[in-house]
Write a protein that binds this ligand. Structure first.
Ligand SMILES: CC(=O)SCCNC(=O)CCNC(=O)[C@H](O)C(C)(C)COP(=O)(O)OP(=O)(O)OC[C@H]1O[C@@H](n2cnc3c(N)ncnc32)[C@H](O)[C@@H]1OP(=O)(O)O
Length: 410
C-alpha cells in the first residue's frame, strides 16, 4: 500500500506523536515530558508518512543554533523523533523522509543538520558523520582520589532546588557554549530540558538534586544528579548518577567533583555523556577504576557545504581543493576550493582545479567540529590524497584544541 509523505496538520499532532512512541516500543511518554516535547516541537517542520488511516512514519526537526570551532552559532536542524511503524519497515520510508527533510533544511537556509542516533549504523548512508564522542564513566569513588587545584577550598558548594537555581545554571551553560563546538545554544523554552525529571527517568534514584559552586557569592558552576541508595548487606554502596556538571574555572570544577565523590552512603559516581577531553580524567588518581567507555555522540550533516565550511574557523592556514562525493544531496557534490587565512577565516568556492583530496560528505561531517582528524580518516581509507602533504595540511586546519561535545540529546 502506498503512503503519502506530508506535514502533519496541528489537528493530527497527537496521532503523529503516537506513531513516534510506537516506533520506540510503545511505552507512553510521561505526562510532564510529553508536555515539554509538545512545547518544544515544531510541527510545522515535521513530516511523516500517512497510510490513509494512520501515521506510519515520522521525522521532526528542531531549529537550533549550534556552536562550531571559533565560536559562531550556526543554524542547524536538530533531527529528532524519527520512526517508522514496524508494519512498514524496510520499505524505504525512512529514506524518503531523509531526502525530503534535507531538501527542507536547505530551503530553510540552515547549513547543518545534526542528530543523536538510536543506532550508529543508520545515518551514515544519508551523509551524517559521527562528529563527537561521549564518555560514560562508572567511578569507584571509594577508591579513586582527586587532585585538587589551588583555590578549591575557597569554593562553597551549596544545595539549591533545580528549578530555583535554573537561571544561575543556564548562565553558566551560556558562558561555556561558544567555547565547546557541538553545543546547542538554548532556544526559548529549552531551559526546561535540564530540569525535566519524570519518575521513570530516575532509574530508582532520588528526584533530581542540584548543587551550586560559588565564590564570593557568584555562581561559578553547578551539578545536577540523582542518588540511588543501595546496600550490600550492612554496607552502604549507593550510586551518584550525574546528569549535568559544568563550571567556569578549574577550582569550581574540582570542588563539584569532590562533593559528588564524597556524598555519604555512596561508593560509585556514574556519568552518562561527558566530553571526551573531560578534565576530570586528569584529576582522578586511578583512571582504571573509572571504567571509561566511549560512545558516538552527535552526527553532523553538511547540508549547505560552502556555507557550513565558511561558518567555522580553522586552526591553521589552508588551501586545498576537495573533491566531494554526496550522492544524497547532489548540490554539494563536486570540487570545492577551501582556503583559510592566518586568523582561521575561510572561503569555500567551486573550483575547476585538480583535486588535492577526495572525501565523502559523511567524512567531512565527522571532521567538521574538529573532533575527528582527516589523517585518521585517511588512514582508514576514507580520504584520498592526490597531492602529497594535502591530508596533513587539511587535517591540521580542521583540528581544534577543545573536543566537540553535545551535552544533551534532543
Ligand atoms: C534522530 C532519531 O530520532 S534516531 C531514532 C531512529 N528511530 C528508531 O530507532 C526507532 C526504531 N526504528 C525505526 O523506526 C525504523 O527501523 C528506522 C526509522 C530506523 C528505519 O526505517 P525504515 O523505513 O525501515 O528504513 P528504510 O527502509 O528507509 O531503510 C533505509 C536504509 O537504512 C537501513 N536501515 C534501516 N534501519 C536500520 C537500522 N536500524 N540499522 C541499520 N540500517 C538500517 C536499511 O537497511 C536501508 O539501507 P539501504 O539504503 O542500504 O538499502
Amino acid at each position: 500500500m502506498t503512503t503519502e509523505l506530508r506535514v502533519p496538520p496541528a489537528s493530527e499532532w497527537d496521532a503523529w506523536f503516537t506513531c513516534v512512541e510506537l516506533a520506540f516500543g510503545g511505552v507512553p511518554t510521561a505526562p510532564e515530558s510529553r508536555e515539554m516535547y509538545d512545547a518544544l516541537a515544531r510541527p510545522d517542520r515535521a513530516i511523516g508518512h500517512w497510510d490513509g488511516s494512520a501515521w506510519v512514519g515520522t521525522a521532526g526537526a528542531h531549529a537550533f543554533r549550534m556552536s562550531v570551532p571559533g565560536g559562531a552559532a550556526v543554524p542547524a536542524a536538530g533531527v529528532t523523533m524519527v520512526g517508522v511503524a514496524a508494519t512498514h519497515r524496510r520499505q524505504g520510508l525512512l529514506r524518503s523522509m531523509m531526502r525530503r527533510q534535507l531538501e527542507d533544511v536547505r530551503a530553510w537556509g540552515e547549513p547543518l543538520a545534526v542528530l543523536t542516533a538510536s543506532e550508529p549504523s543508520i545515518y551514515g548512508r544519508f551523509g551524517y558523520g559521527a562528529a563527537t564522542g561521549e564518555l560514560n564513566l562508572r567511578i569507584d569513588s571509594s577508591r579513586v582520589g582527586l587532585s585538587l587545584p589551588p583555590g578549591t577550598e575557597e569554593v562553597r558548594i551549596r544545595y539549591a532546588s533545580p528549578a530555583g537555581a535554573l537561571d544561575a545554571c543556564e548562565a553558566v551553560y551560556a558562558r561555556l557554549a561558544a567555547g565547546r563546538p557541538g553545543t546547542p545554544l538554548r532556544q526559548p523554552g529549552w531551559e526546561r530540558l535540564p530540569v525535566n525529571d519524570p519518575e521513570g527517568g530516575r532509574a530508582g534514584g532520588s528526584p533530581l538534586q542540584c548543587v551550586l559552586a560559588e565564590r564570593d557569592g557568584e555562581v561559578t558552576g553547578y551539578a545536577t544528579f540523582h542518588v540511588r541508595p543501595s546496600w550490600d548487606g550492612p554496607r552502604p554502596q549507593g550510586t551518584v548518577a550525574v546528569r549535568d556538571l559544568a563550571a567556569l574555572d578549574p577550582a569550581s570544577y574540582a570542588a563539584l567533583w569532590r562533593f559528588l565523590f564524597g556524598i555519604d552512603l555512596t561508593s560509585v559516581v556514574e556519568c552518562r555523556n561527558r566530553p571526551v577531553d573531560d578534565a576530570v580524567l586528569r584529576l582522578v588518581s586511578d583512571v582504571r577504576r573509572c571504567e571509561v567507555r566511549v560512545w558516538d555522540g552527535l552526527y553532523v550533516r553538511l547540508v549547505d557545504l560552502p556555507a557550513a565550511l565558511e561558518a567555522r574557523r580553522y586552526r591553521a592556514p589552508v588551501d586545498v581543493v576537495l573533491e566531494v562525493e554526496d550522492g544524497f544531496c547532489p548540490w554539494n557534490a563536486g570540487r570545492w576550493r577551501l582556503t583559510a587565512d592566518e586568523k582561521g577565516a575561510a572561503s569555500c568556492r567551486r573550483s575547476e582545479d585538480p583535486a588535492d583530496l577526495s572525501v565523502s560528505v559523511r567524512e567531512l561531517g565527522a571532521a567538521y567540529l574538529g573532533g575527528v582528524s582527516l589523517t585518521t580518516l585517511a588512514a582508514a581509507g576514507l580520504v584520498g590524497e592526490h597531492r602529497p602533504g594535502a591530508v596533513a595540511q587539511a587535517s591540521l586546519a580542521f583540528s581544534w584544541d577543545v573536543e566537540p561535545w553535545c551535552p544533551h540529546g534532543f
